[in-house]
Ligand binder design. Structure first.
Ligand code: SF4
Length: 195
């Protein structure tokens, strides 16, 4: 059922490997760092969510129970939030790894990169949240904004030259993957709270 999507993920990982390589001087991602999975709302498309949840069934019973209990707890906590609810991902293990790493979403795969994004005010450079912790791209961040000119000082041409938004990947599928339908995109927890 997920064969085409799995092939797409393989090809996307290949592309992203090159993106991370091109940004190497700024990347501090390493095993044991789970900053990206600690605070977020993790937008997932229907396809990504179905793939992730199919993986849940392959985990041992204790892990499944733990994840389900955490989702239940988060949904309850979310009820008292009026603003965007940012939280630790329920799929993050106590050892700070992902329970379903091979099945993680596109947002998880692109975490840590800087990119050009569009807003109503025009194009801007979006840095990963961990820059505020002195991690990725801290060399080109002055505490308030990104100093684009500094990229070249580190031998990097520019941030990733396209959006890392899930919509971008959906709109720009290579021909061989055109039949993939990602479906609606929602923050991860919303997939569990829908009736
Ligand atoms: S699914 Fe895995 S990689 Fe993605 S945010 Fe959750 S723990 Fe992190």
């Amino acid at each position: 059922m997920f064969n085409l999507y799995k092939k797409y993920l393989e090809s996307l990982d290949e592309v992203l490997r090159k993106e991370f390589k091109s940004q190497k001087p700024f990347i501090k991602c390493q095993k044991g760092c789970s900053f990206c999975c600690e605070v977020g709302d993790y937008p997932f498309s229907r396809l990504e969510m179905e793939y992730l949840m199919a993986g849940l069934l392959t985990l041992d019973v204790e892990a499944q129970k733990k994840i389900k209990a955490e989702i239940k707890r988060l949904l309850k906590e979310k009820l008292s939030y009026k603003e965007r609810f940012m939280h630790r991902c329920p799929f993050l293990t106590d050892e700070k790894t992902c329970f379903l790493y091979e099945r993680r979403g596109i947002v998880c795969r692109t975490f840590g990169l800087a990119s050009f994004e569009n807003s109503e005010k025009g194009v801007y450079v979006k840095l990963p949240e961990c820059v505020k912790e002195g991690l990725n791209y801290s060399e080109v961040f002055d505490g308030k904004e990104v100093v684009v000119e500094n990229f070249k000082n580190f031998g990097v041409e520019s941030p990733v030259n396209h959006s890392l938004n899930l919509n971008y990947y959906e709109r720009n599928l290579p021909n061989e993957f055109k039949d993939l339908e990602f479906g609606e995109i929602r923050p991860m927890l919303d997939w569990f709270s829908q009736k």
